[in-house]
Design a binder for this molecule. Structure first.
Ligand SMILES: Nc1ncnc2c1ncn2[C@@H]1O[C@H](COP(=O)(O)OP(=O)(O)O)[C@@H](O)[C@H]1O
Ligand SMILES: [Mg+2]
Length: 328
């Protein structure tokens, strides 16, 4: 049934990008000056999970390198390389500069500046909100290079000091969640490369599109799992029953992975919520009754937003009228 598993993998960058024409143009226009040795405009790309941020940036960097031998690009995921030193070391590696052990961060920065002087460098920092020391953004923005920062948090750069903000001053590009129909087109296109013709029929794909809630990553993961399960059960094609079952498994998996990341306070919060919508202050009072060494209201709000990011909490409304209930 599955003729090629590669297009269903997380890191696969498709040749054809659907439904992102405007954003693709915008990003391309910002970075284009690198092709003839001018300084690109920096970019801040944001949007929810699974909206194609990582894919779009990787695709664009590849195209830039293909178009000019003078352009050199590098990509780092700050969640995997969160210290200033390891972020920088990974960026340098992408530029074919390998640091010896014991190289200081300031020496590494010098190397980076030299590279940026010599070549037309464009770098991307994915999941930039997890970068421990945002000073790196200041240093990078002082070098002769184009910088793309990516985050699923719209306010990821809000806390930067004004010097860094003005030195970086990025163009903002937003990638909104996909519609059901857009997700359908995306997974339909993938099936052409991954599935034997006719084995991933439209009703199953439509169901996946509906259940993925605008997240292409979840859709592709569900497609892969449903295909493998159907194969294992020796079905001729992917059925809607199998899709439903795989979504249940994925939900369970995501929840257990998310729960592992919680601290004690967040566990207390998660245990006291249910399907009823509650306001923040009401939850805070309840939390304080249950938790020894209760934290302040401000940290409490940070914890709520962490729980929401993990999908464990669902939210509605804005700011002071925001309400919460259990997500999964
Ligand atoms: N417009 C699109 N066309 C084709 N594939 C897409 C598109 N948007 C997302 N994808 C695929 O969906 C998955 C998730 O995209 P990704 O870039 O990782 O999202 P994000 O970084 O925003 O969380 C990837 O496998 C990616 O290739
Ligand atoms: Mg990403």
């Amino acid at each position: 049934m599955i003729k090629n598993e590669r297009p269903l993998r997380q890191a696969f960058v498709p040749e054809k990008i659907l439904h992102r024409e405007g954003q693709k143009q915008e990003l391309g226009n910002c970075l284009k000056p690198a092709l003839d040795g001018r300084k690109p405009r920096n970019v801040f790309l944001h949007g929810p999970c699974g909206t194609g941020k990582t894919m779009l940036v990787k695709w664009t960097l590849e195209k830039l390198e293909e178009q000019s031998p003078d352009v050199k690009t590098s990509f780092v995921n700050c969640w995997k390389e969160s210290t200033m030193h390891s972020t920088l070391a990974t960026l340098l590696k992408g530029l074919d500069v390998y640091l010896g052990s014991g190289t200081s961060t300031s020496k590494a920065l010098n190397y980076f500046e030299e590279e940026a002087e010599e070549r037309n460098v464009v770098v991307a920092l994915d999941e930039v909100d997890t970068l421990e020391n945002k000073k790196l953004l200041y240093s990078l923005s002082r070098a002769d290079t184009g910088i793309v920062v990516i985050s699923n948090k719209k306010f990821a750069l809000a806390g930067l000091d004004s010097r860094t903000k003005s030195s970086l001053s990025p163009e903002e590009i937003n990638l909104p969640a996909y519609s059901k129909d857009e997700i359908f087109d995306i997974i339909k296109e993938r099936t052409k490369y991954a599935f034997v013709s006719g084995t991933a029929p439209n009703p199953a794909l439509r169901l996946i599109s509906r259940l993925s809630k605008g997240d292409a990553r979840i859709a592709i993961e569900a497609l892969r799992r449903s295909g493998m399960e159907s194969e294992q059960r020796e079905k001729e094609k992917v059925t809607e029953d199998i899709v439903k079952q795989e979504f249940k498994k994925m939900k369970y998996l995501r929840k257990s992975e998310a729960l592992k990341q919680l601290n004690d306070h967040e566990k207390t919060i998660y245990e006291m919520i249910n399907d009823k919508w509650m306001k923040g202050p009401e939850m805070y009072d309840k939390y304080r009754e249950k938790q020894e060494n209760a934290i302040g209201e401000r940290s409490f709000r940070n914890y709520l937003s962490h729980l929401a990011d993990l999908g464990l909490l669902e939210t509605k409304g804005k700011k002071s009228t925001k309400k919460y209930r259990k997500g999964v």
